[in-house]
Design a protein around this ligand. Structure first.
Ligand SMILES: Nc1nc2c(c(=O)[nH]1)N[C@H]1C(S)=C(S)[C@@H](COP(=O)(O)OP(=O)(O)OC[C@H]3O[C@@H](n4cnc5c(N)ncnc54)[C@H](O)[C@@H]3O)O[C@H]1N2
Ligand code: MOO
Length: 398
């Protein structure tokens, strides 16, 4: 059977995960989510003419003569005042930043240009009409399409939605991902390790990656290498999760529990033309999309980056589900297997003149090299050798 290409498998995974439904979510749950419809401003911003300075609301014409001038302070307007008295000619009203400008006033004199008095104020400098007034609608007009569908909700966009008085926004919800690790050799960190055992690490790494992509993760670790126990372990989650991600148990050994349990369900096991991350499973288990990643830690994480993360981001309507890439020259030569896209780990420093340093070798057990990297170096299928200085594509990991 000829291997599946990386692009084909990526497409299959994205189609399996599909699009999450749209719902209205409170703003404090929206960070990182994607707006599903345009936002039309229900009011102007600022909503009313207000003062940009602490000072005195005036008629500019009253300061046009000889200075300094002494004027009666007829009122005091703190921010939040909802009822105003019109400004009579020849008087001023003390006003605070953000407070509404009273009818009849056409400028604000900042307090530093006065003696600051509260009964009769001495003003030393003139102002022009409009000075220190922030006009209603200056920033946003009522009815403006202020945020477009497809916008990723960041602190500033959530601030804008709040300023417009919107308590919630329409977004595609976060997928809930069950991260399941199998393997009888796996032991919980914090407990003693016996010969032949290792600490479980893929679950933590993949669940963190799910959360880092803005999704919800539940970890299910230490499922024994037993098909019936595997089915039992999954059962409680079937109505509750959107995607199942497994690691391990998909290659050619005698005890491949994931493959054995899922192969007679609607899950295909294939070899993808890549290294690491060759053996991959994908399909549906009782209707739930399931993505079975290989167990070697680097293979699992690279598979997540190349297939799962873009599919999860696309499911939330993200306009750019792929990590950003750059071109850089490698600082040392490397070799790569023929017919496979190789994803080597690297350190890329854009400030150092677009070079990338390979970290560690190609082995898919080299977790510490992955932990020290900030990018993947992509070596195309048809390239088997690259000399130092060759240009490669780097895909950021953060
Ligand atoms: N005869 C063949 N053997 C293997 C092939 C092959 O084509 N023919 N492919 C190799 C490749 S490539 C990979 S990748 C692995 C994939 O193996 P599995 O997905 O079946 O994973 P396991 O055998 O369960 O584990 C592999 C390795 O990773 C460690 N592991 C697994 N899960 C975890 C975990 N949650 N936390 C930490 N470490 C984990 C496990 O102990 C093994 O060392 O197969 C090759 N073999
Ligand atoms: O394809 Mo495996 O994922 O090299 O290590």
């Amino acid at each position: 059977m000829s291997p599946t290409s990386v692009a084909e498998h990526r497409k299959r995974v994205a189609e399996l995960v599909g699009l999450m439904p749209v719902l209205q979510l409170p703003l404090d749950e929206c960070l990182g989510l994607v707006l599903a419809a345009d936002v039309i401003a229900p009011l102007p911003l600022p909503p009313f003419d207000n003062s940009a300075m602490d000072g005195y609301a005036v008629r500019a014409a009253d300061l046009a003569g000889e200075l300094p001038v002494r004027l009666r302070v007829a009122d005091d307007i703190p921010a939040g005042r909802t009822e105003l008295n019109a400004l009579e000619p020849g008087t001023v009203q003390r006003i605070m930043t953000g407070a509404p400008v009273p009818p009849g006033a056409d400028a604000v004199v900042q307090v530093e240009w006065t003696d600051g008095a509260t009964d009769t104020v001495t003003i030393n400098r003139a102002v022009v009409p409009g000075q220190n007034i922030r006009t209603g609608g200056d920033d946003v007009r009522k009815g403006d399409a202020v945020l477009a569908a497809g916008t990723v909700l960041r602190p500033s966009t959530l601030g804008l939605a709040s300023a417009l008085g919107l308590p919630e926004l329409p977004v595609r919800r976060r997928p809930h991902v069950l991260v399941l690790s199998t393997g009888s050799e796996l032991v919980e960190p914090g407990t003693p390790l016996r010969p032949g055992q290792i600490y479980e690490s893929n679950g933590m790494m993949l669940a963190s990656s799910v959360r880092d992509a803005g999704c919800v993760a539940t970890q299910l670790r230490f499922v024994p290498d037993d098909v019936e126990a595997f089915h039992q372990a999954l059962r409680p989650y079937l109505g509750a999760v959107d995607v199942i991600v497994t690691s391990g148990g998909v290659s050619a050994g005698a005890y491949e529990v994931v493959k054995d349990a899922l192969a007679d369900h609607d899950v295909q096991f294939t070899k993808v033309a890549m290294q690491p991350g060759g053996p991959q499973g994908s399909g549906r288990y009782e209707g739930v999309p399931v993505l079975s990643l290989p167990g070697n830690p680097v293979s699992a994480q690279v598979s997540f980056e190349v297939f799962v993360r873009p599919a999860l981001l696309a499911s939330m309507g993200h306009p750019r589900p792929e990590r950003p890439t750059a071109r850089a020259a490698i600082t040392s030569g490397l070799t790569s297997p023929a017919g496979k896209t190789q994803f080597r780990r690297g350190l890329h420093d854009p400030s150092s003149g677009q070079v990338v340093t390979p970290v560690g070798g190609p082995g898919s057990h080299l977790l510490s090299a992955l932990a020290l990297s900030n990018c993947l170096i992509e070596v195309p299928e048809d390239v088997t050798e690259l000399a130092a200085g060759s240009e490669v594509v780097v895909r950021y990991l953060q």
